[in-house]
Write a protein that binds this ligand. Sequence first.
Ligand code: NAD
Length: 437
Amino acid sequence: MKKIAVVGTGYVGLVTGTCFAETGNQVVCVDIDEQKVEKMRNGFVPIYEPHLDVLFERNIKANRLSFTTSLEEGIEDAEIIFLALPTPPGEDGSADLSYILGVADELGKLIKEYKVIVDKSTVPVGTAEKVHAAVQANAKVDFDIVSNPEFLREGFAVDDFLKPDRVVIGTSSERAEKVMEQLYKPFVRQGNPIIFMDEKSAELTKYAANSFLATKITFMNEIANFCEKVGADVDKVRIGIGSDTRIGKRFLFPGIGYGGSCFPKDVQALVKSGREENFEFEILNAVMAINEQQKTVLLPKIKNFFRGNLKGKRIGMWGLAFKPDTDDIREAPALYMIEALLKEGAQIKAYDPEAMENVKSQIGDVISYEANEYDALKEVDALIICTEWGIFRNPDFGKMKENMKDAVIFDGRNLFDIEEMTSKGFYYNSIGRKTIE
Ligand code: NAD
């Protein structure tokens, strides 16, 4: 059993804290957001993440998981302090380290005995040194800094955390290495590796992983766009290339661009880090530019269908979250589509199983929020699919047609079979596949 503090209880911090409690550790989660802490103290999970609620409840009941707004109280007994704080893009696109360095500065004043301070946030190369210096400035006791980037995916966060493909630990301290190895052992019993390395390599591993994945998606989006030009079918191409084990089947689905709180900001931050070293990541520049266009790739198609005029058109929208199984809307392609469609004078009736509250608090009532997927279709001129939630995959097509003014679908996630949709009487336009008029 280890005593752990997790500072920052967002998607990463709360999952980290809960999963460490699940393996028998004593965890205190610290957050500056008083409302959030109050909610968690009352037993409510403040985010939507599948399976998190069961573990959350169980560990609170077992007194292994508690919450506080006080950093001092939270870290007092902890041997290991995780920083799971935001690193949003600053004005120039580089990662904003003020949250992390602010807490590091506080920690220097607060720690009274040896602590392992672990950076779980995604941070540029060299941050461990900066955190070390910030703590050192006030610390009167020994401490070690570890870079332990997190690879969980929202929507699968609990599974990913409990059974990680790998754990990356960057530290130059043998003492800290041992502590981290003991902590993570229960999570890699199947034989997946704990990979030890220096801090800088660990920091870069996370950016390299996300940038590679963003590039993979973007490559497929470009192939899809080209498929449309030449009459090829991206689904066939995807399967054709994915069965080559060097390429792999995963992460090859084209769509309306990547979003979320990680890929856009991490690609941008890596490019920015490069520039600071007079190094230009040409491939990532292209990835960012292509993704920017891809987010609204459906717009010219829709405009073309309605002969250039969307004024007064009613558009149903399925999906607002940046991907299924999350309520996270950060950099969600749906938000870019909403902005573009409203600018054209269209009206939007949206439905998302989990993300509507977040969208409402960000953009207000400029669109209408519907009770279910079928209400979002009432009297609409067309439907746009922005997120591939499971419930959208096998809908009642008859009911859809009954509700819609016109049976017109623009699918940004390629959910349906083209021939089947055509035989059901839909105009069905998707990404990288033919459209039967
Ligand atoms: P988040 O915005 O969901 O959560 C951050 C939390 O930190 C919030 O609850 C906020 O109130 C709290 N906070 C801010 N300042 C604080 C302070 N001074 N003291 C205590 N709490 C404070 O962020 P997230 O999505 O969990 O991401 C955290 C980090 O992990 C980022 O660097 C991100 O890039 C990285 N990451 C995220 C994911 C993901 O899927 N979300 C995956 C891997 C890595």
